[in-house]
Design a binder for this molecule. Sequence first.
Ligand code: IMP
Ligand code: MG
Length: 198
Amino acid sequence: MATGKQKFVRAGEHKGESVRVLISRDKLQRRISEIATQIRQDFKDQPLHLVGVLKGAVFFLSDLARRIPGEVSFDFIAVSSYGKGTHSSGQVRLTKDLDASIEGRTVVLVEDILDTGMTLQYLIRILQQRKPKHMRVAVLLDKPERRIAAVHADYVGFAIPNEFVIGYGLDYAERYRNLPDVGVLALAPAKKKRAASK
Ligand code: IMP
Ligand code: MG
């Protein structure tokens, strides 16, 4: 991982993979504080129920929840989008449901990244059917260029270019979630290299 003045945690890069920091941990934390303040301003004195999408949103949710003043509870939901690499197929299925009802509650759905929008479109639809009093969507990252489904996020941490990112909860084949920063993952074109050297 790139080094500057800041000391970065080594990501344990696999052969042929390298990571470049895109958003530092300090920048993430500053922006999350702003979002927390904004959410509380929008729903003064109301109990808020955060719904985190496993597993990518765990760190975002845990930092966000600790910065929202007043009454906050949270729950988790998990989906699978049939695909392991840097691309998903767009088909979404629920793999873990919420523990508690959201009916009549002020819900903030907390997701790591808004990419094609297929995941959030599905989640918003099934959660709306459960009749929350209010439902808002908070995403740490947004790749607007990739959008297929017309999904609106009420709170966006950072809009980023169309690059595959990892860290701060985001993974590549379940690795790199533990990086405290968000980075861009570069994959060496291993097959091409082998073919070229033949
Ligand atoms: P969408 O359904 O295409 O919007 O994708 C949302 C899900 O795909 C996110 O919750 C992530 O799990 C995953 N995803 C999309 N882009 C990235 C990325 O750049 N890095 C890691 N995971 C990603
Ligand atoms: Mg995810």
